[in-house]
Write a protein that binds this ligand. Structure first.
Ligand code: ADP
Ligand code: G3P
Length: 489
């Protein structure tokens, strides 16, 4: 049986058909518009999310649909949609995970002293990143919405939930535990919505979806939608799906995905581990009712900074050009970019911070700025590794994926900066692959996780080769640069 994976990401929607060996046999992708209605705000039109997804699915089903027997769905996380339960119409644009409009609200909440309790229950911190304050914002800014939500007339959902609702023709309002745990309304110990958290964030429980395992029956698609009825058997947030696609099944295994942002997930096994250094505790997946937990570090900008070089500064024509430009310099010449375009994420968590380029001289040119942009990706990952080390976790190797992982110079620099080997798999579409694995587990295509793990193949290992002195000098420069940005709120 082939499996159709839908990967609804921040900048594009993708559909990939995988065969039983995990090989992609058909791929389609559609970008869709980003909306920035005010400084620090980021929105998507839910209809764009929907139509781009449907178009991709229809395209791959036409090319390779005969043997597809199930759907695995993975998605940008935290992004919040509120829609009318009767008509399926969204009340407002989706508020995207990067959106900072609730920074003030979060500051107010932190000042009331609720954060420790929020962390103990949800594993998260109080930050605009998570869905709860985004949902509350919609309820407070759309006329009559709060009352309708209390009466059960509105549905809240992360993108998975919205797509499941639409794909099943409005019959299923569900999500999975990996998505639920990013809302700040879900208790990661009880594995259920938490009334106390709903009260803190003022989100009525009546609008929340049912929370299922990551491999489960999420209903069957309405034949009108894709021209065929297919069961949705796997659902996970994209970063957890990538950890599944990277076969990070043993406690201590770790992956980092370099797309728009960068997300590091470390499997911690069957007990939630709470960081003392502002990393998040999250559900890696939930199978047969049993959660596996992870510690996560979330960086808001990595590939997005390369897009900025291309689209705003015009320093490169394509993302791929950055590799040769960075390699053309023997060192960074003291130039550092801190790409805090939407605030700083883990482990700093300063939503008000903004980006900075420092160390400029009369000699600074295109190559230096491009190199600083790539180097920042490695330095930010190192900050997460440092936080993990302080929490007593020292990963031995790092598995990488996402659009930036094709950049060989960056992967070598990452290995050099972290001083651990970096492994890049043959399939870098690990997010979609993870969703396919989940659906395949539920469909019985794969017997168990060991069966899934056998499908992971190494493409290249990057081994640390940098002199310790150079690493130390680079990091001293970065620490100063990021320190200035973090304290300049
Ligand atoms: N060769 C490259 N070097 C550096 N960055 C790259 C390269 N190729 C793609 N990227 C960056 O990777 C990102 C796309 O990765 P992808 O995993 O598709 O992102 P997402 O799923 O977040 O939309 C873009 O931000 C792009 O700028
Ligand atoms: O769509 P991506 O790949 O940028 O991932 C977004 C993350 O899920 C946000 O938490």
């Amino acid at each position: 049986m082939h499996i159709l994976a839908i990967d609804q990401g921040t900048t594009s929607s993708r559909a990939i058909v995988f065969d039983e060996t995990g090989r992609a046999v058909a791929v389609a992708q559609r970008e869709f518009p980003q909306h920035y209605p005010a400084a620090g705000w980021v929105e998507h039109d839910p209809e764009d999310i929907w139509t781009s997804t449907v178009a991709c699915v229809r395209e791959v089903l036409e090319r390779a649909g005969d043997r597809v027997g199930a759907i695995g769905l993975t998605n940008q996380r935290e992004t919040t949609v509120v829609w009318d339960r009767r008509t399926g119409k969204p009340l407002h644009n989706a508020i995207v995970w990067q959106d900072r409009r609730t920074a003030e609200l979060c500051r107010g909440l932190r000042e009331t002293g609720v954060e420790a309790e929020v962390t103990a229950r949800s594993g998260l911190i109080v930050d605009p990143y998570f869905s709860a304050t985004k949902a509350a914002w919609i309820l407070d800014h759309v006329d009559g919405a709060r009352l309708r939500a209390q009466q059960g007339d509105l549905c809240f959902g992360t993108v998975d939930s919205f797509l499941i609702w639409r794909m099943t023709g409005g019959r299923v309002h569900a999500t999975d535990a990996t998505n639920a745990c990013r809302t700040a309304l879900f208790n990661i110990r009880t594995q259920d919505w938490d009334d106390g958290l709903c009260e803190v964030f003022r989100v009525p429980r009546a609008m929340l979806p049912e929370v299922k395992d990551s491999a489960a029956d999420f209903g069957t698609t309405d034949p009108e939608v894709f021209g065929t009825a297919l069961p949705i058997l796997g659902v996970a947030g994209d970063q957890q799906a990538a950890a599944m696609g990277q076969a990070c099944f043993e406690p201590g295994t770790i992956k980092s995905t370099y797309g728009t942002g960068c997300f590091v997930i470390l499997n911690t096994g069957d007990t939630p581990l709470f960081s003392q250094n502002r990393l998040l505790t999250t559900v890696c997946w939930r199978l047969k009712g049993v959660p596996t937990y992870a510690v996560e570090g979330s960086i808001f900008v990595s590939g997005a900074a390369v897009q900025w070089l291309r689209d705003k500064l015009g320093l490169v024509r394509s993302a791929a050009e950055t590799e040769a430009l960075a390699a053309s310099l023997p060192d960074n010449r003291g130039v550092y970019l801190v790409p805090a375009f939407t605030g700083l994420g883990a482990p700093h968590w300063v939503p008000e911070a903004r980006g900075a380029l420092s160390g400029l001289t009369r000699d600074t040119g295109r190559a230096e700025i491009v190199r600083a942009t790539l180097e920042a990706v490695a330095y930010q990952t190192r900050d997460l590794f440092e936080a993990m080390a302080q929490d007593g976790m020292r990963p031995q190797t790092l598995r990488v994926d996402g659009g930036m992982a094709v950049n060989g110079w960056l992967m070598q620099f990452l290995a050099d900066t972290l001083d651990v080997p970096v492994d890049r798999p043959a399939v870098t579409e690990t997010t979609a692959l993870g969703a396919a694995f989940l659906a395949g587990l539920q469909a019985g295509v794969f017997a168990d996780l060991a069966d899934v793990a056998r499908r992971w193949r190494l493409d290249a290992r990057f081994t640390p080769a940098m002199a310790a002195d150079t690493r130390r000098r680079n990091l001293e420069g970065w620490d100063k640069a990021v320190g200035r940005v973090a304290s300049s709120r």
